[in-house]
Design a protein around this ligand. Structure first.
Ligand code: NAD
Length: 265
């Protein structure tokens, strides 16, 4: 039985992870950490049924008291480095959905995780459809080099662009020839209206209530366009990927970046 702590347990994703972990026979929820909802039974909060695990505020102490195997983190971009330092100091494996980590962060964490002998799975998107959308976009970019990424999220999201948009842009950078697209003389009448620039392509971030997590990758060629779109219409979409990562992470060492690394063909 794998013992699991959820950090950010009272948040939108954290509550969904709590429900998913409670539903699996081979996983045991031993801790729920959040800066909100102290003392509340997390089962009652997330699934309407008590599970005997109260929300507490100190990740390090919960790891020591429960001897957990895995911490699943869905907190905030400004907090994730600190939580991972705690996880690595305690030699516990982690599954990280929190976005906002830079390439340098990930390479630091990889070095520290290898030294500590633990596995850390970091995925900007745990939905299988989103992983496929990124893969197909990278493939299309071999043939259609003009591309814009439009990511759409709920308006409580703190970081922009999304981790998924960054990962998509990185993958496209790896498959298309270096190219600066658009008219060389184009001018923005409103600052930022053409989106953010990454390796010659543009990324646009839309934030609206009612949205969950969506992305379109639009390619343009002579007389044609190709749109690859993924929609997470519910946070349940991320759970099979999160549970897969929880089960696999204890066999890993260092950072595994991207859910696709855990999927077998
Ligand atoms: P949220 O604001 O609903 O939840 C974040 C929770 O973290 C809150 O309950 C907050 O109180 C808690 N928190 C903040 N600081 C903390 C700390 N120091 N210790 C413990 N808890 C703390 O946000 P959300 O929509 O659940 O998203 C959480 C993160 O997950 C974001 O970075 C988001 O971009 C990311 N996300 C990733 C995926 C994916 O598939 N990888 C999918 C959706 C969201």
């Amino acid at each position: 039985m794998l013992k699991v702590i959820v950090a950010g347990a009272a948040g939108r994703m954290g509550q969904e992870v709590v429900k998913a972990v409670l539903a699996e026979n081979d996983l045991s929820l031993v801790g729920a950490v959040d800066i909100n909802n102290y003392g509340e039974d997390i089962g009652l909060l997330a699934a309407g049924k008590p599970c005997g695990v109260p929300v507490t505020g100190n990740l390090g102490r919960v790891i020591e008291e429960t001897h957990a195997d895995v911490v699943v983190d869905f907190t905030t971009p400004d907090n994730i480095r600190c939580n991972l330092n705690t996880v690595l100091t305690h030699h516990v494996h982690a599954v990280v959905g929190t976005t906002g980590l830079s390439e340098e962060d990930i390479s630091d964490i990889n070095r520290m995780a290898e030294e500590a002998g633990v596995g850390i799975v970091i995925a900007p998107n745990f939905a299988i459809g989103a992983v496929l959308m990124m893969k197909f976009a990278a493939e299309a970019a071999r043939y259609l080099k003009n591309v814009e990424i439009i990511e759409l999220h709920h308006d409580r999201k703190l970081d922009a662009p999304s981790g998924t948009a960054i990962k998509t842009a990185e993958l496209i950078k790896g498959t298309r020839d270096k190219y600066r697209q658009g008219h060389p003389d184009e001018q923005e009448k409103f600052l930022g209206v053409r989106g953010g620039e990454y390796d010659g392509m543009r990324i646009h971030s839309i934030r609206l209530p009612g949205l969950v997590a969506h992305q379109e990758v639009i390619f343009g060629g002579l007389g044609q366009t190709l749109t690859i779109r993924h929609d997470s219409i519910s946070r349940e979409s991320f759970m099979p990927g999160v549970i897969l990562a929880v089960r696999r992470v204890t066999d890993l060492k260092g950072v595994t970046y991207g859910l696709e690394k855990l999927l077998t063909e």
